[in-house]
Write a protein that binds this ligand. Structure first.
Ligand SMILES: Cc1cc2nc3c(=O)[nH]c(=O)nc-3n(C[C@H](O)[C@H](O)[C@H](O)COP(=O)(O)OP(=O)(O)OC[C@H]3O[C@@H](n4cnc5c(N)ncnc54)[C@H](O)[C@@H]3O)c2cc1C
Length: 438
């Protein structure tokens, strides 16, 4: 098909996650003919994430969204926990200022993604749920590159001037068409997550939060039993989202399985009391990008752009896992670049390079660059094995007031370090690398 021939839509968006729905909503708002295709029976039904949305980016897309969107709790309590075999060491930051203006909220994707897709529909996008796109329709340009001209779903073919690939972490469509390569195992992690329903008042008492605010717990140490990765525990209205994110290469190398690690995590003495009496109402597993900036690569070409997870736009800093806000930010940049390209009647790779330019100069590009060294730092194994017990030992020695003469904290810390497999030079090197990376 040549560019001059009839097309069914200006833009086809594949995937009604945060990236796709926002791109579709903004393009439809600008008067474009947009179809949003989602394989799930309802948007969000197949989606999974920890659930903390750093949502300020939505203020510019849907002003007043916080009053309408199905958000669970406003996060004003952040707890960082090193789990040891039987206990924990925690930093507990309660900061009401994080609620004014609202910085982060918890969401349940089945409700939140459905709401986002509804907004795209309300702007005029045509939503097609329950349809899986099987492949991209492509043709060769006179210059020999691949031009995306539409999609095939079963027997049906749809043509458009631009296709937005918002199909999530596996990015099957782009890989199948040879537009992206398969990520390496150290660039991805497997996430296992459950939602545990609890009585609302019980939840508030256990997590020390009121009726509207919530807590986000980030965990490292024993929860992954030495495997690179960490855990999370986030409060919803009357449920807890709890999960592990485990680096694939390390999981394979250590012959561990994600499900057993997750079960041990739920039963850990510092975790089980939070969940006691709750009922598991959701359970699932999903890949997470871990490669940071290095895995982003080419994200536009003739007739297409790639957004959100499909483009590798996820950031794990150890303290926060971010993907939804970056997905929304990339959807916003894509919509603007596509709008400009359609105005100029030029959807070539050169014209759509504007997407990359907008992305790089937005908070998405800036944050991907800031945390470019985080993946390599988080590959250091001591993070997951030795630092938790070392910290616990220092604190044990500080608080264990037997009748032996006391020592200054520095001497106590030195003794604990001597007792641990961590060498002083490793501690210094990790501390410096951590300061530079995070
Ligand atoms: C365990 C875990 C914890 C996480 N925690 C957080 C967190 O707390 N905060 C945060 O911001 N991020 C978190 N993330 C990351 C976040 O979930 C993703 O970055 C985000 O969902 C990316 O949005 P997206 O729109 O790019 O892709 P997705 O949300 O994956 O959406 C892709 C959509 O495309 C659809 N689709 C796929 N293929 C096809 C096809 N062929 N045809 C039609 N439709 C298709 C899917 O059904 C889906 O609806 C977490 C991820 C995991 C796995």
């Amino acid at each position: 098909m040549s560019e001059e021939e009839d097309v069914d839509f200006d833009v086809i968006v594949v995937g009604a996650g945060p990236a796709g729905s926002v791109a579709a909503a903004l393009l439809a708002r600008a008067g474009r003919q947009v179809v949003l295709i989602e394989r799930g029976e309802t948007p969000g039904s197949k989606n999974l994430s920890g659930g903390v949305l750093y949502g300020r980016v939505l203020d510019s897309v849907f002003p007043g969204w916080l009053d309408e969107a199905p958000v669970e709790r406003i996060i004003t309590r952040n707890v960082i926990i090193f789990l040891t075999e039987t206990g924990k060491v925690a930093v507990d930051a309660v900061d009401p200022a994080l609620g004014e203006p609202v910085n982060a909220v918890t969401v349940l994707r089945a409700k939140f993604d459905a709401w986002l897709a509804e907004q795209a529909e309300a702007e005029g996008a045509f939503l097609m749920p329950g349809v899986k796109v099987d492949e991209l329709l492509t043709e060769k340009t006179p210059e020999g590159s691949t031009r995306v001209v539409g999609v095939r779903a079963g027997e049906d073919e749809l043509h458009a001037r631009v296709v937005v690939l918002a199909d999530g972490v596996n990015s099957f469509l782009a890989r199948q068409a040879g537009l992206r390569t398969k990520p390496r195992t150290n660039e991805q992690a497997v996430g296992v997550k459950a939602v545990i329903q609890l009585d609302e008042q019980v939840l508030q008492d256990r997590f020390g939060v009121d009726a509207t605010h919530g807590a986000a717990h980030a965990l490292v140490g024993e929860c992954t039993q030495g495997v690179g990765g960490g855990g999370f525990m986030y409060t919803n209205k009357d449920s807890v989202s709890i999960g592990l994110v485990l680096r694939l290469d390390d999981l394979l190398a250590r012959h561990q399985d994600a499900v057993s690690l997750f079960e041990s995590f739920l039963a850990h003495p510092a975790i089980a009391p939070f969940l006691e009496g709750g009922e598991m109402v959701e359970y699932g597993s999903h890949l997470v990008n871990e490669g940071g900036l290095a895995m982003v690569g080419e994200i536009h070409g003739d007739g297409y752009v790639i957004v959100g997870d499909a483009a590798g736009l996820t950031l794990n800093t150890g303290l926060t896992v971010r993907g939804m806000d970056l997905a929304i930010g990339s959807g916003r940049c894509a919509a603007r670049a596509i709008g400009e390209a359609l105005d100029k009647d030029d959807v070539s790779a050169q014209a759509l390079a504007r997407y990359r330019q907008l992305l790089d100069s937005s908070f998405v590009g800036a944050d991907m660059r800031t945390y470019a060294k985080a993946p390599a730092f988080l590959e250091r194994p001591r993070m997951y094995t030795e630092y938790g017990p070392l910290l616990a030992d220092v604190l044990h020695r500080a608080f264990d007031l037997d009748t032996a003469p006391r020592e200054h904290l520095l001497t106590t810390a030195r003794r604990a370090l001597k007792n641990s497999p961590v060498k002083m030079r490793e501690l210094v090197s990790d501390a410096l690398a951590g300061v530079k990376a995070l």
